[in-house]
Structure formats: C-alpha cells, structure tokens
Design a protein around this ligand. Structure first.
Ligand code: SAM
Length: 288
C-alpha cells in the first residue's frame, strides 16, 4: 500500500479513470495530492489509537487513509454516490473505516456518534466544500454532540475571520460565534497547488477546541445582540443596536451599555465576547 498512497496524483488519475469519475464543482471536489499536507492535517488533529474520528467528505479516501492509520475508528460521511465504489476499493483494506452515504447537514449525527463512534468524545476532521463550511460548523458546535475538536479546511479568509481578535478588521459575528463555543487557531495555511483540480483560492486548516463549559447566557438573545451590533459596522454600538439592529429605544440601550461598562461610542468590532455577554445580560429580554 505504501507505494500506492492515495495522495499520489498518478494513482488518483488511475483510480478516477478506472471508475470514469468526473469532478463535481458544485460538491466542491478538490482532492489533496500532497502527502506532507495530509500528514500535517492529521497531526494537527492530535489523533491517537484510542480516538474515534468523524470525517466529512472523504473523496477517494486520501485523508481517511491517514486517519485510519492513526485512529481507533473512522466514520466518513460522503454525499457523492459515484465515490462509494471507489471508497470500497481504496478503503477495503482498513477494517477500522466505515463509510456512510449522506449529506452531513442531514444525517443523524447523534445516532452515528452513539452507535458507531463509541458514544464520543469524537474528533472531527474535514476537508469540506466551502459552501457547507458555516452551516456545518454551526451544526457541529451548537448541537451538543460530544465532539471534542474540529479540524477543518476552510477558505483562508474565513479562517482569518474565525480566529480574529477584537479590534482587527476581520473581527465580526463569525469570530464571536466561534470564540463563544471554542478556542480556535489556524493550524496550517495551504496553497492552491496541493489540490486536484486546483481551486482559485488559498485555504487554511483551522482547529477548534470545543469548550466544555459555555457561558451561562440565553444564546438566542446573545447572538441576536451580536448580529445587531455588527449589522452596521461603521456605526457606534449605541446606534447600531438602537436604530437598525434591535429597534430598541436609545435610552434603554444607553443604560444597558452603562450597566455593562461599555463606552456607547465604540463600535462592535472593538467588543470582546465577554463585553457582548455583559451587554446581552444587561438588556431586558423584552428588548431583545
Ligand atoms: N477529503 C478528500 C480530500 O481531502 O482529498 C476530499 C475533499 S473535497 C474538498 C470535499 C468532499 O466532500 C468531496 O468528496 C464531496 O463529494 C464531499 N461533500 C460535498 N458536500 C458534502 C456534504 N454535504 N456532505 C458530505 N460530503 C460532502
């Protein structure tokens, strides 16, 4: 197997020709062709032989194979039916790999984790099409699924937004969302050249370590305040929350900002997650 590892471009072409496979742009199919990157992604996941891994979008199994060599068990969810016979061949020799056909946004993750992944905790690894990045991260971190960490390939610009600190121009509601649920870091920056076919944009691998204890706050209200705060980035927080955002009387917002010890003239991009938490707790629920 060693001389036929799946990241070899020649081997990928051979396999794809054998099955008459055509890349689907709409499913974001850009397969990894660089063994170093494959190894580094798995290293960034800190996977050991005791770990249960959920992979999203295995493609022909390039990352899956490296995961299988390091983990106890890998369950990989793939949406393209045309890849299933290929995965049968490429993963056939690994008895700790199970492929599930389905859309990661729709499959029953609770059941997969409890029945096939030892009940968790689970490490998620994914080289995903970019169109599902935000909804899938939302699903994985909001649904309380006994997931320990997520290592995910995203557009470089999205990685920068996810990991941005308050005060930087990339900082926005996505940064607050991700930092509320996890400790994010950029594990690797990935050039376009390591994919077949080559995409137009550069990527990055982000690692999200999910927090065990989440802040005690009404999340619907909290995220409503965050979104309203960023709805008009150039306005001061008092204006973005009162006029457009929450449609609440300015004086109520002023009192809440005062109670939360926040200067009404600063902008949302300068508020940390903790600032937003204090602010949302200071606003009467009837105002949110
Ligand atoms: N992991 C492989 C690699 O690194 O070479 C393939 C990565 S490719 C960027 C994304 C994979 O996700 C494709 O195999 C695609 O068919 C699959 N995919 C796309 N949308 C999906 C979804 N909603 N659920 C599960 N898999 C999906």
């Amino acid at each position: 197997m060693e001389n036929k590892r799946l990241y070899s471009p020649n081997y990928i072409r051979e396999i794809l020709n054998k099955y008459g496979f055509k890349f689907s742009k709409s499913l974001g199919q850009n397969f990894l062709i660089d063994g170093n990157i494959v190894r580094k992604i798995v290293e960034a996941s800190h996977i050991t032989e005791d770990d249960y891994v959920l992979e999203i979008g295995p493609g022909i199994g390039t990352l899956t194979e490296e995961l299988a060599l390091n983990a106890k068990k890998v369950v990989a969810v793939e949406l393209d039916k045309a890849l299933l016979p290929i995965l049968d061949e490429t993963m056939g020799g690994y008895d700790n790999v199970e492929i599930i056909y389905g859309d990661i946004l729709k499959v029953n993750l609770e059941e997969i984790i409890s029945k096939k992944l030892g009940g968790g905790p689970v490490k998620v690894v994914a080289n995903l099409p970019y169109y599902v990045t935000t909804p899938i991260i939302g699903r994985l971190i909001e649904e309380n699924l006994r997931i320990e960490s997520i290592v995910i390939m995203v557009q470089r610009e999205v990685a920068d937004r996810m990991t941005a600190k308050a005060g930087s121009k990339e900082y926005g509601s996505l940064s607050v969302f991700v930092n509320f649920y996890s400790v994010p870091e950029i594990a690797l920056r990935i050039p376009k050249t390591v994919f077949m076919p080559r995409p137009k944009i550069d990527s990055a691998v982000v690692k999200l370590k999910l927090k065990k204890d989440l802040p005690d706050v009404n999340r619907d209200e909290f995220f409503k305040v965050v979104r309203a705060g960023f709805s008009k980035r150039r306005k001061t927080i008092i204006n973005s929350l009162s006029t457009d955002g929450l449609g609440v009387d300015k004086e109520n917002i002023r009192s809440a900002l005062e109670a939360a010890n926040i200067d009404p003239k600063i902008r949302a991009e300068n508020l940390t997650v903790e600032d937003f938490l204090r602010l949302s707790k200071s606003l009467p629920p009837s105002d949110i």
